[in-house]
Design a protein around this ligand. Structure first.
Ligand SMILES: Nc1ncnc2c1ncn2[C@@H]1O[C@H](COP(=O)(O)OS(=O)(=O)O)[C@@H](OP(=O)(O)O)[C@H]1O
Ligand SMILES: [Mg+2]
Ligand SMILES: [Mg+2]
Ligand SMILES: [Mg+2]
Length: 352
């Protein structure tokens, strides 16, 4: 099957990086520093980016990577760099065969910094480019909420493979979405799921912790025909997606269930397996350009699970123009049967 090796490497790389992030999740000192845009980054983000890019380069040396983080602050901050190196050095998959497939360990701090910086590619519509968000929902990660390790392969600007590791979501695809799922989340027994999709081959889920080389189970969106019965997901941060407008849209659609707030692309994973139905991300700041790594894996997973993903104007997300989705505004994702109806209410409420 096409992209078989890419899928396997992506799944194992995300699984291994999730082990690193889980370790940091349980540390009191997560090494959080504030970036230029005031958003946080931690030992977990840097470590996961290094581990994943190392595995991509070992397996696909010609491929490019658009990764969220870079090593600029680490080259000046010895303590933080050493803390990350400690995590990176000590993170392995239990399954030796799987670990070997990832190309062996990183050998030095400088190799780690170079791996992180290999993610500086500008992206675009030509060739093979991976989009990597080592921790999506870093604020959720710090708060003890939902977060996701996200990796997607784009070929000529089109997403072909997507993998999401969600350490704090239930393994059970049929577990209903609790409105509290975004708060005080943890990775106790029964938690940790890996979502995957390959374009044209469907979407799957499997346990994140133990699955190793085993295949996943097929997942699908709920076949919703009456939109008033929908459960919708939204960001925790009101600055990332307008809670007020989401509520107005839900009301117009006759939805009475409260929206489920959770950080990260676990929103895409949750609707793809039918735990929720709609994901609304309505732009708050006019000048904000969504980043490709915040959506690439989720986009293909939801579409392969039978959903439709567009922006607020009804346009497909365009991953082919660089590091951001500058030709799109916001995200509206939901099952095929109701997406049009939701979109027309979104347009009405936003006046677009
Ligand atoms: N202003 C603004 N508008 C929209 N999106 C923004 C904005 N600022 C940041 N970000 C990006 O949001 C990513 C997290 O999105 P979430 O949906 O998880 O948001 S939330 O934290 O749950 O509210 C977050 O991803 P991570 O940095 O990987 O956590 C950011 O890339
Ligand atoms: Mg970030
Ligand atoms: Mg992100
Ligand atoms: Mg991130």
């Amino acid at each position: 099957m096409v992209y078989e090796k890419e899928l396997l490497v992506a799944q194992l790389a995300v699984q291994r990086a999730s082990i690193a992030t889980k370790r940091v999740f349980h540390q009191t000192a997560k090494g959080a520093v504030s970036k230029d845009d005031k958003s946080p980054v931690t030992i977990g983000d840097f470590g996961a980016q290094a581990l994943i890019i190392h595995a991509i380069r070992k397996n696909f040396p010609e491929d490019k990577v658009v990764g969220e983080e870079d090593s600029d602050t680490l080259r000046k901050n010895d303590e933080l760099r050493q803390q990350i190196w400690e995590v990176v050095q000590n993170t392995k998959l239990e399954d030796a065969e799987a670990e070997k497939l990832l190309g062996g360990p990183l050998t030095s701090e400088s190799e780690m910094l170079d791996a992180i910086d290999y993610g500086k590619d500008e992206g675009g519509g030509r060739g093979r480019i991976w989009a990597l968000d080592p921790i999506d929902g870093t604020k959720g990660f710090l708060r003890g909420g939902q977060y996701a390790v996200c990796l997607a392969l784009m070929v000529d600007g089109d997403v072909k493979v997507g993998v999401l590791g969600c350490p704090n979501l239930p393994i059970d695809d049929s577990a209903p979405l609790d409105v509290k799922i975004g708060e005080n989340a943890n990775d106790e027994a029964g938690k940790g799921v890996l979502f995957s999709a390959v374009l044209g081959q469907g979407a799957t889920s499997r346990p994140l912790g133990t699955a190793g080389l085993q295949p996943g189970k097929s997942i699908a969106m709920k076949n919703l025909t009456d939109v008033s019965q929908a459960t919708f997901c939204e960001s925790v941060e009101a600055a990332h997606s307008s809670h007020g407008e989401n509520a107005a849209i839900a009301k117009k659609l006759g939805i009475t269930k409260p929206g489920v707030r959770m950080d990260s692309q676990s929103k895409y994973g949750s609707i793809a397996r039918g735990a929720g139905d709609l994901y609304l991300r309505l732009p708050v700041r006019k000048d904000y350009q969504e980043k490709i790594w915040d959506h690439a894996a989720g986009d293909v997973i939801v579409r392969e699970a039978g959903g439709v993903v567009t922006d607020i104007h009804g346009k497909r997300l365009d991953f082919s123009i660089g590091r951001t989705l500058r030709d799109n505004k916001g995200v509206v994702a939901g099952p095929k049967g109701v997406h049009d109806a939701v979109l027309s209410v979104v347009k009405e409420v936003l006046g677009v």
